[in-house]
Design a protein around this ligand. Structure first.
Ligand code: ATP
Length: 265
């Protein structure tokens, strides 16, 4: 289960670097308070693919770090499956990171990390093989990360995430730095993987098309301080196609406008 409830969430950072050196005034020494998130309310259903969009610096990563328990909130509540988040939970949440593979381990060893609990060597190996096949990396089981292309490394990371089998998978700009075709391929793979595992996935992206093609639910955050400016369930049929679905195309133009771009490209 991966149901998330966020109520009146707020987050303030203190910019301690702002006080002048040697200033002993306690108020000044407290530093300038920067409110990043204010009154965020969201309901995320189990199994949803939620795409977060918003201008740079609006607090998308901060929000995901709070959900993952890496960062405390300053106000409000975040609950996962009805339980308040009080810290990181390796059992429930997997944070998909760039270069998250251990460089001294092969692809199979990296993927196998998530299956350490399986005592039977043969069933563990069988599952490692299954996940590696799922991301089409068969033949590269014994390669080290440095021997893989950027796209293959991301696929190996996906296989590792699948092996961990978390309730919630968090992906912060998972396609950044990939070339156009690899980006498209990875996007397709994540959509297929999600359709297969139906786990809750939270994905931060700067790419409106990614959000529209992938998301069951789109959340747009506005800045200064960040509030939810759009919270919308997408029920367009899949595979999604802008040419075949004029409504999807209209929503695309609307999102471009909301994010300050007048002419959708
Ligand atoms: N540890 C911190 N201390 C002080 N300020 C911070 C800290 N972490 C983040 N911030 C500030 O919080 C704001 C939101 O940062 P965050 O990384 O969440 O934005 P984002 O929307 O993910 O940005 P981007 O899209 O550029 O990755 C920024 O103004 C950032 O400077």
């Amino acid at each position: 289960m991966g149901r998330i409830t966020i109520q009146n969430l707020s987050k303030t950072y203190i910019n301690r670097r702002r006080f002048p050196r040697g200033d002993d005034d306690p108020q000044v020494r407290q530093g300038e308070r920067i409110t990043v998130l204010k009154d965020i309310n969201l309901e995320i259903e189990n199994g949803e693919m939620v795409c977060f969009l918003g201008p740079s610096g609006c607090g998308k990563s901060t929000l995901l770090r709070i959900i993952a328990g890496f960062e405390p909130a300053c106000g409000g509540v975040v609950q996962v499956n009805g339980q308040p988040v009080t810290g990181p939970s390796a059992d429930h949440i997997f944070v998909f990171q760039h270069s998250g593979l251990f460089p001294w381990m092969t692809v199979a060893e990296n993927v196998g990390l998530g299956l350490r609990h399986l005592k039977n060597h043969h069933s563990r190996q069988a599952q490692v093989t299954e996940f590696i096949e799922m991301v089409e990396l068969e033949g590269f089981e014994h390669h080290y990360p440095r021997q893989l292309s950027g796209g293959m490394q991301r696929r190996a990371e996906l296989a590792r995430a699948l092996a961990v089998n978390p309730d919630i998978m968090i992906m912060d700009e998972p396609f950044s730095g990939l070339d156009f075709l690899t980006h498209m391929k990875m996007r397709e793979e994540v959509v297929n993987m999600h359709a297969f595992i139906r786990k809750t996935m939270l994905l931060v992206t700067h790419n409106i098309d990614d959000a529209l093609i992938m998301g069951d639910h789109i959340v747009i955050l506005g800045s200064s301080p960040t509030a939810v400016t759009m919270d919308r369930i997408l029920d367009f049929p899949r595979p999604r196609n802008f040419e075949k679905s004029p409504e999807l195309g209209r929503l695309r133009s609307e999102l471009f406008l909301m994010l300050g771009i007048n002419y959708a490209v």
